[in-house]
Design a protein around this ligand. Structure first.
Ligand code: DGI
Ligand code: FE
Ligand code: FE
Length: 197
């Protein structure tokens, strides 16, 4: 199976032109990690690689360009001026509208890679986790989170969400509703799995 995309070469040129070097390296790291996690957890490796490679394609847009895209693609107004949340939604819109990507699973994996959300598919959850645990990340607990992601994707997802929610809270920042709902959803999923044992 090959992924629908009007021009893969143009898409490659796009990330090379639009990503800073460190962000490009991160994207390759997420691709490698996503493929590894897909093999371990039984997801489609080709879709995982594609979604991971392009997940941050809009990350380095300046606020003017990001806001223009928010308007152009009819995304919610609240994303204007909020690059941290907008880059994933804009990235998915660009893949769909400029590069003819039609696979809804890939588009959603990119769209929700920052916030996560409830009822995520395996691919969405895997990209959310791979983004945080790829090899180029430099935080001190990286080994712990990588090992957890290899063994138990749901638990890794929960602990990442808990960390993010705690971090944003301590900084007095807003937490997206999708992030809060994702945390409850994955916690419930883990409890149900435990009860079923
Ligand atoms: O783009 P990356 O740096 O690779 O990672 P990302 O897309 O997960 O973005 C992480 C940033 O998003 C991080 O600085 C926290 C910020 N952020 C802002 N609001 C929220 C949020 N992250 C989550 N999960 N939920 C929020 O509501
Ligand atoms: Fe991102
Ligand atoms: Fe990323």
């Amino acid at each position: 199976m090959s992924i629908n995309c009007t021009d893969k070469e143009l898409l490659e040129d796009f990330i090379k032109a639009n990503l800073k070097e460190s962000r490009y390296r991160h994207s390759m790291g997420v691709e490698e990690m996503a493929v590894k996690l897909a093999r371990l957890h039984g997801a489609d490796t080709e879709k995982a690689a594609f979604a991971a490679r392009y997940h941050d394609l809009a990350k380095n847009f300046d606020t003017g360009k990001m806001d223009e895209c928010v308007r152009k693609y009819g995304l919610p107004d609240k994303l204007a001026g909020n690059n941290a949340l907008a880059h994933s939604k804009v990235g998915a819109a660009i893949l769909e509208h400029e590069f003819g990507v039609t696979d809804p699973e890939i588009l959603d994996a990119v769209r929700y890679h920052t916030t996560a959300r409830k009822d995520m598919t395996l691919l969405e959850e895997l990209i959310f986790v791979a983004d945080v645990v790829e090899d180029n990340r430099t935080y001190s607990d990286l080994d712990y989170y990588q090992d957890l992601a290899y063994r138990d994707l749901d638990q890794a997802c929960l602990e990442i969400l808990d960390y993010t929610i705690g971090d944003l809270t301590s900084k007095g920042r807003q937490i997206d509703k999708d992030t809060l709902e994702a945390r409850d959803w994955v916690l419930h999923k883990i409890k149900e799995t435990e009860n079923g044992k």
